[in-house]
Every structure is written in C-alpha cells, then in structure tokens.
Design a protein around this ligand. Structure first.
Ligand code: ADP
Ligand code: MG
Length: 689
C-alpha cells in the first residue's frame, strides 16, 4: 500500500507537544496571562540549615547541603537507594524508594548535593524520603527570593512555568496603567513591583498576607482587575445608548384602561419600579433592567403593565418563563387581564403540536399577536417578530448564558433593539449585581402586598412523619390546601420520580377522605395543567410535587407546605419553594422535614430558613456560605470574571474601582484605553451577556 504523505504531515501537525500549546491549555496565551498566573504558595530555598539543626526539625521542611559520603542500593525491606550526606555539623540520610540507575552516578561519593524535604527520624538518625535535590558546586549561590509554586498542568512542570514567566517578565512593557497621582492617592503599590513581589517575594515577606491575599501587592492586582471590569461595563452601557429602540409612549389608552380594572391597588414599591421601567422604555435606546422582588412581591403585574405600554405604541411584547408550568400561569393570568381589553395574546412553547405552533407563529409574524407568552421556544423557534418592542424574561437567572445571548440577538438584525426587562426572585446582592450583571439597571420591589400573614417555619425530624401527616389532615379538613414537596435526588431523575409516586401513594392511603394530586416533570403539559387547575380551584387538597413547583406557581389558598429531606436543598431553592405559600390571608406554615444527622452547613441552612423569610437576608447568608461563583452557578457566571478580587471580602475595593472608573471615563480616556488593553485584551465579549 502506498504511503500517503499528507497523512504523515497531518499527524505531525496535530502533535500537541509544543510548549505554547501546553501553556495555552492552562489558559496562558499572552505575556500578561503568564504574569497573572500567580503562585499558589512559596518554598523557602534561600537558606541552608546545618544538619545538626535539621535533626531537630522532624515533621518540618528544611534545606541542607553536604557531600555524599556513601551511596548504596539496599534490598531490605525493599530495593532502595540510600545516600548519606555530611556537612561540618552532622550527617543526614536521603532515601529513594523509586530511583533511576543514573541517580546512583549522580549521587556518587564525593558529590556536593543540596536537598530539600521533610525531615523525619529514621532508624539511623534524621533522614529525608524523596527530597527535592540538585548537585551543586561548592559556594553555589542561593536564591534571593522565595521560590514560587504555580498551579501546573499536564506536561508543564514548575521549571517550565518559572522560565516562561521569567521570559514574559523580560519582554513585558512595564509602564503603570494608573497615573502616579491617582495610584498614590489610593495608596496602591506600583504595578511592576507588585507583580514581581508576587512571583518572587523576598525572604522576609509576610507570607501569611501573601497566601491570604491581603498583602498590598495583592490589593493592587485586585484593584486593577475590578477597575478593568467596571470600565468595560460602563463602556458597554455607553455602546447600548447608541443603539436605537422604540420609544414607547407613557400612559396610552390600554395602559390606563388596564390600570383602572386592576383588582387591587399597587404597592408603593410596585408604583416606584413601574415608573422606573416606564421611563426607560419611553427612551429611544434599549432598556436593560433587572426587576428584583422577593417571591410573591407582585412582579407579574408590573411586567404586564409595561407590556401594555408597548402595545399602546403599536409594538409587540414577549414574555418568557423558564418552565412550562410558570409560562402557562402567566398566560392564563395575562389573558384574564388583557383579553377583555381587546389584546391578542399568543401562546408558544416547545411542546405545542406542529399545527398549533404554525398558527402561533403566523399570528406573531403577521403582527396580529400583540403579546406572546411562552417558554424559551419564543426565542428558539424560527419566530420573526415584525415589531418587537419589549422582551420580558421571568426568573431570568434560570436561563443559561446561551439563551440570554440568543435573546439579546433577537430583533438585533433590524435597526431597533427591543427593550429588555428581566425579573428575578433570587435577590442578587448589590456587589454582585454591580459586577456580574454587566450593564444592568436594577429595580427592587422591597415590599409585599398588604394582608399577607408571615410564614412560620418549623424544622422537624422525619421520624415524626406520622405527626406531620395528622397535621395536614386537620388543616385540609379546615379547607386549607397543602403542598408536599418530594426530596431532590440529584443523581437520578428516575429515582426522584419513583419517590414522588410512592409518596403520593402513601398519602392517598393515609388520607382517604382527601384528594391528593401528583405533579412532576415527566407529566405531559396537558396532564400537568389538569392537576394544577384542580389544585387552583381547590378540588385537590394535597398536591404532591417535585421541584417543578419551585418557581412562580401561585395558588393563594395553599397555606401549608411540607418539604421532605429539606437538608438536600440549597437555601435559595428552599426560599423559592416556601414562597409558594403565604400568599393569601391565612397564616401559613412551612415544615422542613430532615433526616439526621445533619452536617454543619445543612444545619445552618435550616436555621437560617427558620429565622427569616426575607429573601435578601437569605441571599446574603447564602453568599457567605457558598461564595459568589457558586451563588450564580458556573452556568450563569460563564467564564469566571474575577480571578483575584472577592466580591464579599473586597467590597470597599469594588466601590473604589467603580468611582475611579467613573472619573477616568470623564477625564482620562488614554488611561482607560491603556488599562483595558492590558487587562482584557480581546475578552470583553462575555461581559455583555
Ligand atoms: P412574584 O413577584 O413572585 O412573581 P406574583 O406576581 O406572582 O409575584 O404576585 C403574587 C400574588 O400577589 C399574585 O396573586 C398577585 O395577583 C398578587 N398581587 C400582586 N400585586 C398585588 C397588590 N398590589 N396587592 C394585592 N395583591 C397583589
Ligand atoms: Mg413570578
């Protein structure tokens, strides 16, 4: 068979052996990437310890130097290389259980060796097992700085990294991106000495401060990073203002008519956020606003009013929700409110039959549908909105970055960009909103509609399950409705389903005079709807549910909730679930059933749930337990935005960076450019999601 020359070439080209490729796999592409690859810890190789002193150091690391006085391969208890090293004070044994033949030559009698490792007491005195060592000349210089230990990767050793970083330092253009006056005014270290210190700290450095990242050199890194982030956010914001959007006129006829027919009076907080939104969407550049409000605070009506403003101006509005149940609830509520006023509402989800889908799409594309409600199908399907003026995304944090990007691009083809209103019941702490959520205005509903009675939460061991069942029996006979939430089983959806079915069966048997319904993620939408409807109408007394009811479900008469294996849920999830009750005037009770023994974190979570129903407080405590990255979930945060700063711990720096960013954008664009070029290179895109 003839050899194919092209094949050989292809093979060679794909060999991932080049240093650059290996470094790239660690995310190290530019010199700046290398400089910002900071050590995890340091080793002190700046001193040699006399062997006699090292002998008292058992359990600690020491560096010694001496001459080899013997080098033998021993066979008992197993094959090993045993080297005796002597200096003026004493001697020490180096023991190698795995070794190459070449090492016997390298460590031959008479060689001078510098070794570093943990000292332990051996049978023949102090020894080191598998120390790091090198053969040196007499009087060879010691390093003047601590030796960095970097996060390394496959095929990239510490030596390789140290050299690559040292080379990058030689090539680096070290100018400081911060003008001197600004820098010294903030009490920050200069850029170059800060970076150099972090890579090669002097032996007398406060090592604790380095590891804890409180050293001034770290402060400089964190500040620079936060400043870059704030600058790019503000620039994205400025860019958005240059785009066109439909200026939707305030207080048109539909809006007024809708307001007049509301079954309740808006709360002060609802009035306030509505004004903010109305004002924004009356501008001719696209709004991007996050509406935060605790569960039950009444975000839906605010969204519907905003939609009315769009329709008033002859534009279409779209409302998306992350789950079908939630979308359906919105659809029913909104048609109830707006159809009597003559608004055409279309319904669009992935599970629609082909024919229904085509009909909905036709209605949207002809412009007949003024409002579209649905799941992410609204953006995924090939739907063309001729005049999309406003997009509302409920529970926006549950949509992934990809879906948010698709949404962002929807309607981008044309000249106008739709206004965006995002809603979330997961309150995002201020620093997070300022940083993770690029270029976002935030409105907060910080008040619940009147007449709600606070929820009482109790934590109960699950061996008292029978008591709990008795209790719901009594409550249901009094006309109250009950949610029974089945445990979250992350490993297996099938198992979760099985548990829900079994729980349902148990409750049906235990409560023969009550109607017990079951709803879970595997039901067909129509079946789900049947159960939810019956529950809404009060015909089903107890609703056994998986976490599909987590978001948005609104049945005000339900006032008792049991959550099984509450210890398996996260705080925000528990809060979301609990938010399904306490919506009517009846006093509500939430029973968190757990299976002991509880771990420390689970115990703390349940205690927090018992202590407070305030979503913001819960989010704050959640952030403390989990840290910001995990708070949003990797899915949400995309590429980790902040490598050095910690939003909770470095809050003052965040504020400082924000103020400086503001000032620089007004006064010193050259500095802005220089700083962004150094810190972001070409990676600004992810900030815009
Ligand atoms: P969420 O903010 O969790 O989405 P909803 O919009 O579902 O909350 O509202 C929760 C419940 O409160 C709904 O039944 C809604 O009709 C009712 N509601 C909203 N605003 C008010 C108000 N100002 N006064 C009385 N009830 C209200
Ligand atoms: Mg809602």
């Amino acid at each position: 068979m003839p050899k194919s020359p092209s094949k050989t070439i292809a093979k060679k080209a794909s060999k991932p052996n080049r240093l650059e490729d290996k470094l790239a796999r660690l995310g190290l592409r530019s010199d700046m990437d290398l400089l910002l690859h900071l050590p995890m810890r340091y080793e002190d190789e700046t001193e040699i310890m006399p062997m006699r002193d090292a002998g008292f150091m058992a359990g600690n690391t020491a560096q010694v130097e001496g001459v080899v006085t013997s080098c033998d391969i021993q066979y008992r208890p197993r094959r090993q290389l045993v080297v005796t090293l002597s200096d003026d004070s004493s001697q020490l044994i180096l023991r190698f259980l795995n070794f190459y033949g070449s090492q016997t030559k390298q460590l031959a009698e008479g060689a001078r060796v510098r070794a570093r490792g943990e000292v332990r007491h051996g049978f023949f005195g102090p020894e080191m097992v598998h120390p790091a060592y090198k053969v040196v000349e007499e009087g060879a210089a010691l390093p003047e700085a601590l030796t960095p230990v970097y996060p390394a990767g496959e095929g990239v050793s510490q030596t390789v990294l140290r050299k690559a970083i040292a080379d990058a330092m030689k090539r680096m253009d070290w100018h400081d991106t911060l003008p001197d006056s600004l820098r010294s005014g903030l009490g920050l270290m200069r850029f170059e000495p800060a970076i150099r210190l972090l890579h090669n700290p002097p032996p007398d450095v406060d090592e604790h401060a380095l590891i804890e990242r409180t050293h001034p050199a770290w402060t400089r890194m964190k500040f620079d990073e936060l400043l870059a982030q704030q600058l790019s956010l503000k620039r994205a914001q400025a860019a958005r203002r240059l785009k066109g959007a439909a200026a939707l006129s305030i207080r048109g006829t539909l809006f007024q008519a809708f307001l007049a027919t509301l079954p309740f009076k808006l709360t002060g907080a609802q009035e306030r956020v509505l004004k903010e939104i109305q004002h924004d969407i009356s501008e001719s550049y696209p709004m991007q606003r996050l509406l935060q409000g605790d569960v039950g605070s009444g975000k839906t009506i605010v969204a519907a009013l905003a939609a009315a403003q769009a329709i008033d101006s002859g534009y279409q509005a779209a409302l998306m929700a992350p789950t079908e149940i939630l979308a359906e609830q919105h659809f029913r509520k909104i048609t109830q409110w707006l159809e009597p006023l003559g608004v055409k509402v279309a319904w669009l989800t992935g599970s629609l039959k082909k024919k229904e889908k085509t009909e909905a799409q036709a209605m949207i594309e002809s412009g007949e549908a003024q409002l579209v409600v649905g799941t992410h199908a609204v953006i995924q399907e090939a739907v063309q909105f001729p005049k999309l003026g406003l997009v509302i995304v409920d529970e926006q944090h549950r949509f992934g970055v990809g879906q948010r990007l698709a949404l962002r691009n929807k309607g981008m083809e044309g000249k106008i960009v739709p206004h965006q209103l995002m809603m979330s019941a997961t309150p995002i702490p201020r620093t997070l909103a300022m940083t993770y959520y690029a270029d976002l205005e935030v409105s907060v509903i910080d008040e619940l509609p009147p007449g709600r009675t606070p929820i009482v939460t109790r934590v109960i061991d699950q061996n008292r399950r029978d008591e709990v069942i008795d209790r719901i029996h009594v409550a249901a006979r009094e006309g109250r409705q009950v949610y029974w939430v089945c445990p979250l089983i992350e490993e297996s959806e099938a198992l979760q389903l099985q548990t829900a079915t079994e729980t349902h069966q148990t409750l049906v048997e235990a409560l023969p005079d009550l109607r017990v319904g079951l709803v879970h993620g595997r039901l067909k939408p129509a079946e789900k709807q049947l159960v939810m409807d019956a529950f809404s109408r009060g015909e089903v007394h107890v609703l056994v549910a998986t976490t599909v009811i987590e978001v948005g479900v609104d049945v005000p008469n339900a006032s008792l909730m049991v959550i099984e294996h509450a210890e398996r849920f996260g705080l925000s999830q528990l809060h979301q679930l609990r938010g399904r009750i306490g919506r009517g005037s009846a006093a509500s009770v939430c029973l968190l059933m757990y299976q002991g023994p509880l771990g420390i974190v689970a115990k703390e979570r349940l205690a927090i749930m018992r202590e407070t129903t305030d979503g913001f407080e819960i989010a704050r405590r959640d952030l403390q337990i989990r840290g910001p990255g995990d708070f949003l979930g990797a899915r949400q945060s995309g590429e980790a935005l902040l490598r050095f700063a910690d939003l909770e711990g470095d809050q003052p720096l965040v504020e400082q960076a924000r103020d400086v960013a503001q000032r620089l954008l007004q006064e010193d664009l050259a500095t802005v450019e220089a700083h962004l070029a150094r810190w972001l290179g070409g990676r600004e895109d992810y900030l815009k999601v």
